[in-house]
Design a protein around this ligand. Structure first.
Ligand code: URA
Length: 434
């Protein structure tokens, strides 16, 4: 077999065998296949796509390219949750302790910010002292002892994805359903959970801009899960406006803590409750109706918040963050409002632009490995359907001396489209795929 043959076969729209894909992917991981041939192969997939069987094989090859984490010694069914990436998406910080508060173990590996979207690991590192890198033994022992652990992906988790993703990022081959689904699911399979709840985002702040494409991605991932014997549910959810009230690392941790205290944005909490209830259902403990009842009870009685406190304590974070998040978290005192230049109703919010504005403030990276500023971000005051007066603030920017403030302010202002006509509010959940 030579790379030329495999590239040509896919370029011409033919189905590849598992051996052919393994030859390309593992050859690339080992450095035997150069970037230019892999880039051509990815572009062939971009245009010709993969069928369900090819996707399942590609996912498995990528998952097995590195460590396959074994969580079986935890002794209970492990249900994982994954978001395809959005702006203001701090759901893991709320959903994980909610589910763990029912005695269902959470053993979660999360990612860092990707493109204009935020990452759970960066957010957790806003908490002074919080360690996101544990040995596998420490990780499992925390799950057994506290019922919850959230860490960064180990260095050798799906290395094929790491290398291929970096190449896709620079060759305009990220946004293809087969490649995204294999990328996400390879990391999920390697992470060792038994079942998955996927939050597939649709809209201007997501990788999938339309609900139609997000549904296709959701179906592809559910089918990959099924092909590997893992129960998988996907919720296609709205990312046509930032999720919740805050965007930015410390600010999102603050919002997560407030949510666990019962002071929540209704739509954000609706999503957290739905995702949590599906996780509980997949754990096999109870049905979704009973799960929702108990999850709500654990918000009211403080048990979910206590689980968050357990997580912070177990991973070396400053436990006072739970009682006094505004004092413990680094949140910039420098703020400025972005005001509306007209009266009307919010028609749309370009959510990717809000994500980019938060990067301009310093909350995300413009280069690999760059330091981020945990103290900056955006408070989103107006959402789709809200009424606004001329001169009324649309958003508050939290900035620091390193922020590109002018550019960020312009991005936020131009992200808003305001109409004279009344606008309907957006639903949170578009579709559920099982
Ligand atoms: N997230 C991933 O992990 N991979 C992709 O390809 C896109 C989003």
């Amino acid at each position: 077999m030579i790379p030329y043959e495999v590239i040509k076969k896919k370029r011409d729209g033919n189905k590849l065998t598992k051996e052919e894909m393994e030859f390309m992917v593992m050859g690339y991981v080992k450095g035997e296949i150069p970037d230019y041939q892999m880039a051509a192969f990815l572009m062939a997939i971009f245009f010709q796509h993969l069928d369900d069987e090819e996707r399942a094989s590609l996912t498995e090859i990528m998952a097995r390219s590195g460590d396959m984490i074994d969580l079986s010694d935890i002794g209970e069914k492990i249900v994982d949750k994954h978001s395809s990436g959005g702006v203001g998406d701090k759901t893991t910080l709320v959903v994980a302790p909610m589910v763990a508060s029912l005695g269902i173990p959470i053993a979660k590996m999360s990612g860092r910010a990707l493109g204009h979207t935020g990452g759970t690991i960066d957010k957790l590192e806003s908490i002074p002292g919080f360690k996101t890198s544990l040995t596998l033994e420490e990780f499992k022992s925390n799950v057994k002892r506290y019922g919850i652990a959230i860490v960064g992906q180990t260095a050798n988790l799906a290395p094929a994805d790491k290398k291929m993703y970096a190449l896709r990022d620079t060759t305009a081959t990220v946004d293809e359903i087969s490649l995204i689904s294999a990328s996400i699911m390879s990391k999920k399979l390697a992470g060792g959970a038994d079942a998955f709840v996927l939050d597939v985002k649709a809209g201007s702040g997501a990788f999938m801009k339309t609900v139609e494409d997000a549904v296709k991605l959701a179906k592809a991932m559910v089918s990959i899960g099924k092909a590997h014997g893992k129960e998988t549910v996907a919720l296609v959810t709205n990312m046509d406006e930032p999720l919740g009230r805050f965007v930015g690392n410390s600010l999102e941790v603050l919002e997560a803590i407030e949510t666990l205290k019962g002071n929540y944005n209704e739509k954000f909490f609706e999503l957290c409750l739905e995702l949590s209830s599906y996780m509980v259902e997949l754990s096999g403990r109870m049905d979704r109706k009973e799960a929702k009842r108990q999850l709500l009870e654990n918000i009211k009685n403080g048990k979910a918040l206590q689980k968050f406190a357990d997580l912070v304590k177990a991973q070396g974070g400053d436990e006072r963050v739970v009682e006094n998040p505004r004092e413990v978290l680094p949140i910039s005192a420098e703020t400025i409002e972005v005001k509306s230049k007209k009266k009307g109703f919010i028609k749309s919010v370009n959510t990717e632009d809000i994500g980019v504005a938060s990067i301009l403030l310093g909350a995300g990276r413009t280069k690999k490995g760059e330091n981020i500023d945990h103290s900056v971000g955006i408070e989103v005051l107006k959402k789709v359907g809200d009424e606004v007066e001329n001169g009324e603030p649309l958003a508050i920017l939290y900035y620091s001396e390193n922020s590109k403030l002018e550019e960020a302010m312009e991005k936020v202002a131009s992200a808003y489209e305001i109409s004279d006509e009344k606008v309907m509010k957006m639903p949170m959940i578009h579709e559920v795929i099982r």
